[in-house]
Design a protein around this ligand. Structure first.
Ligand code: F6P
Length: 530
């Protein structure tokens, strides 16, 4: 059986790591004045600079060899053509079909072209978003909708939430957007307290329509609506659903025509391109939503067609693999210098950690190498005043992705200039360190800390779509090289199952949980009067 760590390329990379361990990134620039030009590339409105890495030409060549020797070409083709690559759930992975704006069919493993149903779902999203935005869709009292509340969690929250916030300044001026995800009642309570039920629309976003947190929040919203305004017959004008489970949505009281369909072959964390993206279409209009799909599709084409050495997702994946598997980095920081992208680290955290947080390969054998990193971060320049100190002078080695949009907010050019100069200063400081003092000097910053910089020409729906697709494919490539299934999440499912068991048996004196859980459960039960 093929063992990744025994491969000639893997072992050559281990040797290269030892040989280049003490290299200084700045010396790479001194030795090669073309380095920035060679190690940067553009795809549509996205520009990536990956020159500030402790990656010599020889290392890059070997990393590319690793990709060439992997199953990437085959697995990528399988993903795009609807083969069953999510083997543990026996499903194809077709989020790329959701943004297939070409006229090409896409076949599911069962032989059916999925594009006609996707086109039907676009039409449904189009009609509905136009009706709500124009005021033609009214609540039970005849008033237009002013507040949209998305109730969902994980992939049914993070994508639309992140995109609606990123594109906030393009949203419909008469509509406000709220996202309720946490089962903690304070979340929904805080949102509902300022809303008028007559002008509020709820989107119950749940692929399965079985997630405890979402159903509880949805029931609380329905009760609030019935107590404060309408009656059962009015639910239809105020509650719609995005779900693959039509039956459960109907039973909740949602009208058949207001169930926005999607399909089992869309993974939760890849679902913002489906009807889970309904809040995005409501916020920025259907054309804006389609622009986001177009940007993602453009990145899909690039990912499919560009040679590995010029392929943005492949290069980002290989850089990550270098640090995770050879240098020993445990984490990866995402730092958008753009307040509108403040939800991006949380979104990418789910995308990366739920996808590649795996320790067995696709055959179920334990892997003997590290897989997905801990992904974290927050916006710059705030992060500079929170965790950057550790990144500059601490003992951890943390590769960083800086992300920014070049276009300033009109009237705030000075702010934008300060934002971008801060970002450039940080990336430079991480690489150069401080030039004075000895390395033992407490004022001295060691430098040689790597970063990529991703510049968007402008934060448009199209560029946002391309950016998200870029990270999706990066995660995919890493999963292929590690030979893991990036599309299941059995750990999360285990937690869901046990939560169900505990709440079902809260009234009984259960003895088959571990002593700690039993002890804590006893305290909870006492508090709840059982
Ligand atoms: O976090 C696990 C997960 O299964 C995600 O993949 C999904 O987005 C989320 O739970 C919510 O599930 P659902 O959309 O079915 O409510």
């Amino acid at each position: 059986m093929f063992q990744l760590t025994r491969s000639v390329t893997w072992q050559a990379l281990q040797r290269l790591q030892q040989e280049t361990e003490h290299d200084r990134i700045r010396d790479y620039f001194a030795a090669d004045p073309e380095r920035f030009d060679k190690m940067s590339l553009r795809v549509g409105g996205l520009f990536l600079d990956y020159s500030k890495h402790q990656i010599s030409d020889a290392v890059l060549a070997k990393l590319l060899e690793l990709a060439d020797h992997s199953a990437l070409v085959q697995r990528r083709a399988q993903m795009f053509s609807g083969d069953i690559i999510n083997v543990t759930e026996d499903r194809p992975v077709l989020h790329t079909a959701l943004r297939n704006v070409s006229d090409q069919p896409v076949y599911h493993a069962d032989g059916k072209d999925v594009m006609p149903e996707i086109h039907r779902s676009w039409e449904q999203i189009h009609r509905f978003s136009d009706a709500v935005r124009s005021g033609e869709w009214t609540g039970y009292s005849g008033e237009r909708i002013r507040d949209v509340v998305n109730i969902g969690i994980g992939g049914s929250d993070l994508g639309p939430n992140m995109a609606c916030r990123a594109l906030l300044d393009q949203r419909h001026p008469a509509l406000n957007f709220h996202f309720v995800s946490n089962v903690d009642g304070t979340h929904i309570q805080k949102v509902l307290k300022d809303l008028d039920p007559a002008t509020t629309l709820f989107i119950v976003s749940t692929k399965t329509f079985s997630t405890q947190e979402t159903l509880l929040n949805a029931r609380t919203a329905r009760r609030w609506f019935l107590e404060n305004a309408g009656e059962d017959a009015d639910i239809g004008a105020h509650f719609v659903a995005a779900s693959t489970n039509r039956k459960a949505a109907r039973e909740f009281g949602i009208r058949e025509e207001n169930i926005f369909e999607f399909w089992a072959w869309v993974g939760g964390r890849y679902s913002m391109w489906s009807s889970i993206g309904l809040p995005i279409a409501l916020a920025i209009g259907f054309e804006g939503f389609m622009d986001m799909l177009r940007g993602a599709h453009e990145m899909d084409r690039h990912f499919l067609e560009a040679p590995n050495a010029e392929n943005m997702p492949v290069l980002m994946a290989l850089i990550g693999i270098w640090y995770i598997n050879f240098v020993g980095a445990e984490t990866h920081a995402i730092v958008p210098y753009d307040q509108a992208l403040h939800q991006l680290p949380a979104f990418l955290q789910q995308l990366d950690m739920e996808s590649n947080g795996k320790s067995v390969d696709i055959f179920g054998h334990p892997v003997n190498y590290k897989t997905g990193p801990i992904v974290w971060g927050q916006t710059g320049s705030n992060g500079q005043h929170a965790f950057f100190q550790l990144l500059h002078q601490g003992t951890r080695y943390v590769p960083i992705d800086f992300i920014a949009s070049l276009k300033p907010e009109p009237g705030f050019e000075e702010h934008h200039f300060a934002l971008l100069t801060n970002m450039l200063a940080q990336a430079n400081a991480f690489m150069e360190g401080s030039q004075t003092g000895s390395r033992l000097d407490p004022y001295s910053c060691p430098g040689n800390r790597p970063s990529s910089t991703l510049l968007l020409d402008e934060l448009t729906p199209r560029n946002l779509g391309a950016l998200i697709a870029l990270y999706e494919h990066k995660v995919f490539v890493q999963g292929v090289i590690w030979n893991i299934n990036s599309f299941d999440q059995w750990g999360v499912e285990l937690g869901k199952r046990i939560a169900g068991e505990i709440s079902e048996r809260i009234d009984t004196n259960v003895t088959d949980f571990d002593p700690s859980t039993q002890g804590l459960l006893h305290l909870v039960r006492e508090r709840f009067g059982n």
